[in-house]
Design a protein around this ligand. Structure first.
Ligand code: PHE
Length: 334
């Protein structure tokens, strides 16, 4: 093998190994030195020069490769890292990979429970229109009930939804054929919602909701209460006392607020009720706006915040922790 061939082979080896310095000890290099005494004196000069050049090229390739390996070992570039990536990482994260955010994990848990109960899960939209936010949900134009869902609006008139109920009309329309084939609609939609709120320990402008929609020929309010009770008992892993009280939402009739008694195991006292969500029998106008005949089919719907569920489960006292990116908080869920 001539020196040029050898050079490209060794450079290739250096660029692919984690131990580049070892390549300098290659047998082929030793051979280049070993042959010197056997060469004709006139060849020794040029040979020696070529060997030297080879050595210098290999050494600089080794140094470059070592520097690159060291950079990789420090860490890949992470623009979200809460420290200067050029200094060695303090041991801030719970694991090298990080972990799921507690809200993501709990939302998956919630969806899992409903999926096992036979509900299909659909992510809600983060930008929607007036018809889905209000019109199809039986909010008349200029009705004061719209004020309860004060959210934001883009210049083009699009709306970051104030609740996951914006998905109801789509779920109903998509499920109509199933109903007419003798089946039922059973879906939950989940996702981020937005409200024009002053932020404090119990209010955020951005939060998560999960909504359920069920329609069949004979759905009853009792079916809804049973469904919700089962969900909460599975989620909190214990028997619960529940109660409802009348509430007004334009898209249900009757409308209810659903409360559970705060379990003793989670620091509750008897008679301490927590309102968990809004619910009710789907208003005939909402069924009609999806082309479903309310004289034949009936349904129920509910919707509530995810943060509230999680705060109760883990005794979190301030909603703002969730979006704070505080590692001290997040590490508790690692
Ligand atoms: N969308 C309502 C809210 O966010 C909750 C709700 C959903 C009430 C479905 C009734 C039925 O306040």
């Amino acid at each position: 093998m001539n020196i040029d061939q050898l050079r490209s082979e060794l450079l290739e080896r250096i660029s692919t190994t984690d131990q580049p310095r070892e390549v300098l000890k290659a047998e082929e290099i030793k051979q280049l030195y070993a042959v010197i005494p056997t060469l004709d004196p006139s060849e020794r000069g040029p040979h020696g020069k070529a060997v030297n050049e080879l050595k210098l090229a290999l050494e600089s390739a080794v140094a470059e490769r070592e520097a690159a390996l060291e950079d990789d070992a420090i860490m890949p570039l992470d623009v979200t890292a809460p420290w200067d990536v050029n200094t060695r990482a303090p041991h801030l994260l719970p694991t090298e990979q990080g972990t799921q955010h507690p809200l993501t994990r709990e939302l998956e848990n919630v969806i899992d429970i409903f999926t096992r109960m036979g509900f299909e899960a659909i992510e809600s939209r983060q930008i929607d229109d007036d018809e889905h936010m209000f019109g199809s949900l039986n909010f008349p134009e200029n009705h004061p009930a719209r004020d309860g869902y004060d959210t934001f609006r883009t210049e083009e008139g699009f709306i970051p939804p104030a609740h996951t109920s914006t998905m109801q009309n789509r779920i109903l329309k998509d499920g109509k054929a199933k109903l007419e084939a003798g089946g039922q609609i059973a879906a939950v939609s989940y996702g981020r919602v937005f409200r024009n709120e002053d932020v404090d320990a119990t209010h955020e402008h951005t939060f998560y909701q999960c909504e359920g929609v069920f329609v069949s020929r004979d759905a009853t309010l009792g079916n809804m209460l049973g469904t919700l009770r089962s969900f909460f008992e599975v989620y909190y892993g214990q028997k619960l006392k529940i109660k409802t009280q009348p509430a007004y939402f334009p898209f249900v009739e009757p409308g209810l607020e659903f409360a559970i008694e705060k379990p003793a195991a989670l620091g509750g006292k008897p008679g301490e009720w927590l309102e968990m969500l809004g619910c009710g029998m789907i208003h005939p106008n909402v069924l009609k706006s999806a082309g479903i005949d309310p004289t034949v089919y009936r349904g129920f719907a509910w919707g509530g915040g995810i943060e509230r569920l999680v705060m109760l489960k883990y005794g979190i006292e301030d909603l703002r922790h969730f979006e704070s990116a505080k590692l001290q908080f997040l590490r508790k869920f690692a």
